[in-house]
Design a protein. Structure first.
Length: 191
């Protein structure tokens, strides 16, 4: 093997390692949050803007909970030591928190209700909303019902289908987001 080819191979291996160990998980986390922001309820935009990405050292990006349109979330920057430690933990079969580069979460205090994992319990009267295209369903929500359980005639509304979060998680859409992120990351790989 010629010296130039060896140098190119080493550069490619270095690029591949960075993509596998850091860039892939970072982009996959960003892609999943983008999907979650599109699928999730959008009453004011606060919930959609409460998604965050957290690194093993507790550093978070996103999760501000601002009203309005969804704001893209970038993964936190990690040191080479953090990436190496997490990658090594995965190689030796570790299942600990330190083996996970990024954790996705939602900082909204009502996240369990917005994801339909708990009954909807408003803190006060909910003002009626004008019918907008983002509201998918109107009707009556019985006491103790979950956020998306509206039917019949009434002024309650739902801006995302019932069980949207469980359906996203269980339908393979998260896997598709990971594949999209990794395929974009390897487009520039020469070999």
């Amino acid at each position: 093997m010629a010296k130039n080819q060896l140098n190119e191979l080493l550069q490619d291996l270095d690029s591949l390692a960075v993509n596998l160990a850091f860039n892939g998980p970072a982009r996959a986390s960003e892609e999943i949050i983008k999907d979650l922001q599109e699928e999730s309820p959008a009453w004011t935009g606060k919930f959609r803007n409460s998604w965050f990405i957290q690194s093993p050292d507790g550093k978070r990006t996103g999760g501000g909970g601002q009203e309005g349109e969804a704001i893209p979330v970038q993964a936190p920057k990690l040191s080479g030591a953090q990436v190496g430690k997490a990658f090594l933990q995965k190689l030796i079969g570790g299942k600990s928190e330190s083996s996970r580069l990024f954790t996705i979460g939602n900082s909204a205090p009502y996240a369990d209700q917005a994801t339909d994992l708990a009954p909807f319990t408003p803190e006060g009267p909910i003002p009626p909303r004008e019918a907008k295209s983002k509201f998918r369903k109107f009707g009556f929500r019985p006491e103790g019902a979950r956020r998306g359980e509206v039917s019949g005639g009434g002024k309650n509304s739902s801006s995302a289908p019932l069980d949207w979060f469980s359906n996203y998680h269980g339908s393979g859409k998260a896997d598709e987001a990971v594949k999209r992120a990794y395929s974009r990351g390897f487009k520039g790989f020469r070999r």
